[in-house]
Design a binder for this molecule. Structure first.
Ligand code: AP5
Length: 214
């Protein structure tokens, strides 16, 4: 099992890049945010307990996420490759991932950090629209749907994510700086960190990310 980790602030473009690079690597794109949103929608116990944290822009407890990732590893073939988007997000999650990798014979190959200036982040998140049915993401100016307000893939009306309100975005950026940015040092110390300038267009960023994954 091979694991690539995408790091980066909220709105850096992790989900957008992961959705494009994963198929070309024969990898599975694993977004813990999407998994949690699905759990909220289905009303599972994990989803109900996660909702309040997510709506406030806070992190869901580590134990919930580590259990989700272990479940995924146990259910996957030994030759699977994963692109993790949104996990790990704290040093304890990264330590737990290392322990899971040992237990399940997986290899954390690389952590790729998407670098984007704060001013671009606010614009990317403020303009994001998502499909509540299939999860496809758009941006009103940068990556607009073919028909305004409607998902290209399934024709459902697009929505603003609950945590993309300006106040919640600000808190997510504070939480990122406090709890997730220390992972940059964590993976630098392991010799696994690669920084990628992700301030360009999607077409610019995808080959840059693929270049450090291969
Ligand atoms: P999650 O869904 O992971 O949110 P996030 O990390 O805040 O990341 P985003 O999805 O907001 O941004 P992104 O980097 O994927 O950017 P995107 O590609 O969409 O997590 C949500 C919540 O779940 C968390 O707050 C937390 O509560 C919980 N959670 C999840 N994982 C957890 C964990 N491990 N531990 C604890 N809690 C956890 O792009 C953003 C916008 O920009 C889009 O509109 C896109 O179209 C546009 N865009 C992308 N690239 C470009 C580009 N190059 N140029 C122009 N526009 C672009």
């Amino acid at each position: 099992m091979n694991i690539f980790i995408l790091l980066g602030a909220p709105g850096a473009g992790k989900g957008t890049v992961a959705a494009i690079v994963s198929p070309s690597l024969g990898a599975r794109h694993v977004s813990t945010g999407a998994m949690l949103r699905e759990a909220v929608k289905s009303g599972t116990a994990a989803g109900l307990s996660a909702k309040a944290y997510m709506d406030a822009g806070e992190l869901v407890p580590d134990s919930v996420l580590v259990a989700m990732i272990e479940e995924l590893m146990v259910a996957s073939p030994s030759d699977a490759t994963f692109v993790l988007d949104g996990f790990p997000r704290t040093v304890p999650q990264a330590e737990a991932l290392d322990a899971l990798a040992v237990r399940h014979g997986a290899n954390v190959v690389r952590a790729i950090c998407l670098d984007v200036p704060d001013a671009l982040i606010m614009d990317r998140l403020g303009g994001r629209r998502v499909c509540p049915a299939c999860g496809m993401g758009f941006h009103i100016a940068n990556i607009p749907p073919k028909r305004e307000g409607v998902c290209d893939a399934c024709d459902t009306a697009l929505i603003l994510r609950a945590d993309d309100q300006p106040e919640t975005i600000r808190n997510r950026l504070i939480v990122y700086a406090k709890q997730t940015a220390p992972l940059i040092d964590f993976y630098t110390r392991q010799g696994k960190l690669m920084n990628v300038d992700a301030s360009g267009t999607v077409e610019d960023n995808v080959p840059r990310v693929l270049a450090v994954m291969r």
